[in-house]
Design a protein around this ligand. Structure first.
Ligand code: CP
Length: 327
């Protein structure tokens, strides 16, 4: 078991070894159990984290703020529209200064072509660990919570059939960071992953190459289909979720002709009937109800979305406890 984490950045799970991820999950399960028992977990007493948000958030902000309070520390919520970065202050200056005031910097910046570069730049200069709260490429906090949720529902993840499925939505042009993170991560736990999407919603080529390499190394598999029914058929886990066509079309427009042409990519009763009888429906949330998924599914017996969202708390606490505290 890996035990040395203090100061480690958390920007992509690709930079965390499988052994490190296993420790992170063990700590997450331990913290969840202690939370259920009402036990104190003051592992980060008097520690302060700086949480920079360029975008809106419900789960990520609140799991971090509540989580750090439960660990005995304090989180400063920073709306970046009120910071000098909105006047052009560079990442280097922000990272060095915030790092002198506290013990960790976390940031959400999902701007296409900018977010990951910004976080990487913070990490280069910060004297403290930098944690991603989602960028244009990765959402590691979501990925680790998803794995925890699958593991607690199914003890053995090996050869579990997991389908990451594009879904129609009109709420906003969403980052690709959730499907990218899941595509890279799930094969490392031996899962048989199917990525399904209509033409035009490709993930970057390097993601596909690395996902296939991860599958080869860890005994999982990774395949792509443009047929939604293939992805649902016999699946143990389905994750129908929208993402934007950033790779092929960098426009910020939410609705375009290609989106409109794929309105039928919705998680319905008919689609779920093709999956395994014990199939689990997952979604990082917020869901675009009525577009991505029918209410009968997200509110139905196969849905585990609230357990998935709860696990954002336990995994966020584990990431902070190990990277800000620990040894
Ligand atoms: N899944 C997720 O990251 O939710 P928020 O955007 O509400 O943080």
């Amino acid at each position: 078991m890996k035990t040395i984490f203090r100061g480690k950045d958390f920007i992509t799970l690709q930079d965390w070894s499988k052994e490190e991820l296993d420790t992170l999950l063990e700590v997450s399960f331990d913290l969840k159990k202690k939370f259920a028992m009402g036990l104190d977990t003051p592992y980060l007493k008097n520690k302060t984290a700086m949480l920079m948000f360029f975008e809106q958030s419900t789960r990520t902000r609140n799991s971090m703020e509540a989580g750090l309070a439960q660990l005995g520390g304090h989180a400063n919520f920073l709306d970046t529209s009120t910071m000098q970065v909105s006047h052009g202050e560079v990442a280097k200056d922000t990272a060095i200064i915030l790092g002198r005031y506290g013990h960790m910097i976390a940031c959400r910046n999902c701007d296409w072509g900018i977010g990951n570069d910004y976080l990487t730049s913070l990490a280069k200069w910060a004297p403290v660990p930098v944690l991603s709260l989602q960028d244009d490429l990765y959402h590691p906090m979501q990925g680790i919570a998803d794995i925890m949720t699958i593991m607690e529902k199914r003890e053995n993840t090996r050869n579990l059939k997991v389908s990451i499925i594009w879904a129609y939505a009109t709420s906003h042009k969403k980052p690709i960071s959730v499907p990218v993170t899941q595509s890279l991560l799930f094969p490392r736990f031996g899962m048989d992953v199917t990525l399904a999407y209509p033409e035009g919603y490709d993930l970057p080529d390097w993601v596909i190459e690395q996902s296939r390499a991860n599958a080869e190394k860890h005994g999982g598999s990774f395949k792509i289909t443009h047929d939604m029914e293939v992805a649902y058929t016999d699946a143990d886990v389905v994750i129908p979720k929208n993402w934007g066509s950033w790779v092929t079309n960098q426009s910020d427009d939410v609705i375009d002709e290609n989106l409109k042409a794929n309105k039928d990519w919705k998680c319905t009763k008919e689609m779920m009937a093709k999956a395994d009888e014990d199939v689990m429906y997952m979604h990082a949330l917020p869901a675009d109800r009525g577009n991505e998924v029918e209410d009968s599914i997200i509110d139905g017996p196969h849905s585990i979305v609230y357990d998935e969202a709860e696990n954002r708390l336990h995994t966020a606490k584990a990431v902070m406890a190990l990277t800000m505290g620990g040894r």
